[in-house]
Every structure is written in C-alpha cells, then in structure tokens.
Ligand binder design. Structure first.
Ligand code: SF4
Length: 264
C-alpha cells in the first residue's frame, strides 16, 4: 500500500490473518471475535520470497502498473518501508522474532540501492515486556526497526475503555521505555470522538503529563504523530475529530519542546 504517513510505498507484513490482537480498540477497523492467543502458522520463508518478488517489481517499475497503484502521484512513488501491521498486533505472533530478523536482513540487502528504506513496526507495545519480543528488536548488530508505539490516553480508565484492554497506562509507559535506542521511536496517538464526546480536558492534560514523564525517564522518541480515525471504525460509536482539535493537541506537545505531526 501507499502510506501518506510513511511518504511512499509500504510493503506490509500481516502475521495475524486470524485477526488476533491483545487489545480490542473501539476505533479499530477490524471486527474481531477471537480472544485466544493466535496459533496461526506463518511461513516466514514464503514472506521473504514474496518480498523479493515485490522488490523485483519495484526495480522494474512494473509495480506501478498494478491497480490501484497505477493511480499514485509521482511524489509517493518511492519505496519507504517494510511494515509490520495488518489485522492484529504483530508482536503477539509467535513468528514475530523470526519474521523481524528476516525483514531486517531484507532491508540491509537492498539498502545498497535504496538507502532510505526502513523496517517499521506498528505496535500497541502491550507485549514489549516479554523477553522474546524485546529480543527481536535487539538481536542484530546494526540499526533496529523504526518503532511506532501507540499511546492513546493519559489515564488508565480512558485507555482501558477505548483500547479494550486490562493493561494500565503505566504498563504501556514502562514498555515504551524498554524500546532500545538502536530503534528510532515515534509515538502514535489516535484520538477520536467516543459516543459523541472528544477526550476531556483532564484526559488531555494527563496525556501531556505522560509524554513529559517519558521524556524525563529518558525515552528517545523523536516525534509524536497525532491523528484521528480516517476510515470507518467497526464500532459505530466512534467518529473522527476535527483537525482543529488535533492541532490543539499538537500545539500542546510542541510547547513541551517535542515535535508533533497531525494526520487526518
Ligand atoms: S492495537 Fe491496533 S490492531 Fe489491535 S485492536 Fe487496537 S487498533 Fe486494532
């Protein structure tokens, strides 16, 4: 797919085609009804072959002849990333460590030609305290994946309501602090209108406080991306916020001396 946030073509790796996620966010586009851990078999070798095929199509330009990519504007016609995202939380797959190692090797092998390609991990970070997950971000000698870590609230109550989890906000903060410096880190914040109400002023202040806490504890995040639901969420009680609200949040983040970008 072509991602505006990544600035070009993103080759997605979906390890959770059975749609398992350790969260159940109200704004998620995926309607999920399984709540037991994923047992789906994933053939990482097959994914590597698929990536090679896509790289070859990119090199030849053939990829831009396939619909809907043939409609992409020229400014986005560049390969930006191999991205772990998909229908569920990538780190919850037992094949995540193996798949991450494969993706980093792929990235390194094509960087001689395409120097600005990254591996991006989009994660809710709820499982990052697990050694096998953290190990997958550390077990290599060079640069790690770029980690897009979700932080959607300032209080545990709001977080648990919106993200459908029993994890506390403190657990999420502690897990963000575990992300190694070899990985570039970007905080991803999705705010939306929940049952007709935007996040309260107290919630926003608590959220800003959590960013301050992360920085004070040494978190190396380079930017905060603030966005709202862009496509229809599976839950009808979730609606997008207007851009003014998001810009106000970004302005508050900027006042802390941190970079913020707004997406709608
Ligand atoms: S963490 Fe991501 S995949 Fe999981 S429920 Fe939330 S939005 Fe959906």
């Amino acid at each position: 797919m072509v991602s505006r946030r990544l600035g070009g073509l993103s080759l997605g790796i979906n390890l959770l085609q059975d749609k398992y996620c350790n969260f159940n966010c109200r704004y998620c586009e995926v309607k999920r009804d399984i709540n037991t851990e994923s047992s789906l078999f994933v053939d990482v070798y097959d994914i590597a072959l698929e990536l090679e095929k896509l790289f070859a199509m990119y090199r030849s330009g053939e990829i831009w002849e396939i619909s809907p990519l043939d409609m992409v504007e020229s400014e986005y016609r560049k390969l930006r990333s191999i991205t772990f995202s998909g229908d569920g939380e990538p780190t919850s797959s037992r094949y995540f460590p193996e798949a991450m190692e494969m993706a980093l090797n792929c990235r390194d092998s094509i960087r001689a030609v395409y120097s600005d390609i990254d591996v991006v991990l989009i994660t809710n970070v709820g499982l990052l305290h697990k050694e096998k997950v953290r190990g997958a971000l550390r077990n290599f000698s060079g640069k790690g994946p770029v980690v897009w870590a979700k932080l959607d609230a300032g209080t545990s109550k709001y977080f648990q309501d919106v993200c459908g989890t029993k994890d506390t906000i403190q657990h999420i903060l502690e897990n963000i602090l575990l992300i190694p410096e070899s990985s570039e880190l970007v905080i991803q914040t999705c705010f939306s209108c929940v049952d007709g109400k935007p996040p309260s002023r107290q919630e926003l202040l608590a959220y800003i406080d959590k960013l301050r806490y992360l920085r004070k504890k040494g978190s190396h995040f380079s930017r905060v991306d603030v966005y709202t639901v862009s496509r229809s969420a599976a839950d009808p009680g979730i609606r997008p916020l207007d851009i003014g609200f998001l810009q106000d949040v970004a302005g508050r983040i900027n006042q802390l001396g941190m970079a913020a970008r707004v997406y709608i």
